[in-house]
Design a protein around this ligand. Structure first.
Ligand SMILES: [Zn+2]
Ligand SMILES: [Zn+2]
Ligand SMILES: [Zn+2]
Length: 214
């Protein structure tokens, strides 16, 4: 009986950033063979080989630390039909790609793409002084909001974010206090990051739950 074993390896190219999906079957790793994975651009991304009878080893180039990482895992995980495994930087845990089930990887990549598309559409990229800085600023605000570092002096963490070409406006959904965050340069972003948290100052003369709109 021949048991067909295939898996999928999807890793962001350290040179060009493309995330290709490569199909591998068990014959490509037969014996002592090493399977090298290349990006369409020609860059070498990873090498995969068997380690003894029961393990698979993956060497991969990490763009974050600028050197190679290597992991060894049970072959049952590598060839599993129902796992989505993350390939990460061993120093920072940041994601570099995936391997495992084609169905799950395809779904995950589709989800990420849709998230990006909807963000880009929502934002109307061309309108921004510096789209990259705007995205990073937004990303950072989401991060600190997730750790409780974004709030209003009234105590509310229910904050609305509105985007303008060169700044964001944060407003408290509870008391309507607002603040602006410049987001048109690296300097703006660095300054925001250095603060550690973002606190909206209470606007004076506005009562709680006031329905004033500007
Ligand atoms: Zn490439
Ligand atoms: Zn790394
Ligand atoms: Zn408030």
């Amino acid at each position: 009986m021949v048991i067909e074993r295939t898996t999928v390896f999807a890793m962001r190219c350290p040179a060009c950033g493309r995330l290709d999906v490569q199909h591998l079957n068990i014959f490509q790793l037969a014996g002592n063979r090493t399977q090298d994975i290349y990006c369409e651009c020609g860059s070498h991304k990873a090498s995969i080989s068997r380690k003894g009878a029961n393990y698979i080893s993956i060497h991969y180039y990490c763009i974050i630390c600028d050197h190679e990482h290597s992991i060894i895992l049970p072959k049952s995980i590598f060839w599993s039909k129902n796992r989505l495994n993350s390939l990460v930087c061993l120093d920072t845990e940041l994601n570099l790609g995936y391997y495992g089930s084609y169905r799950l990887i395809r779904a995950e990549l589709k989800r990420q793409q849709e998230e990006l598309n909807s963000m880009a559409n929502e934002l109307g990229f061309d309108d921004f002084a510096d789209p990259e800085i705007m995205l990073e600023t937004l990303d950072y605000l989401h991060d600190i909001a997730a750790t409780g570092g974004l709030f209003c002096e009234c105590g509310s963490q229910d904050i609305n974010i509105e985007l303008f070409s060169d700044k964001l406006e944060l407003s408290c959904n509870n008391c309507n206090s607002a603040m602006q965050i410049p987001a048109s340069s690296k300097f703006d972003l660095d300054r925001l990051k250095s603060q550690g948290e973002v606190v909206i100052k209470l606007a004076t003369g506005k009562s709680k739950n006031s329905k004033t709109h500007r």
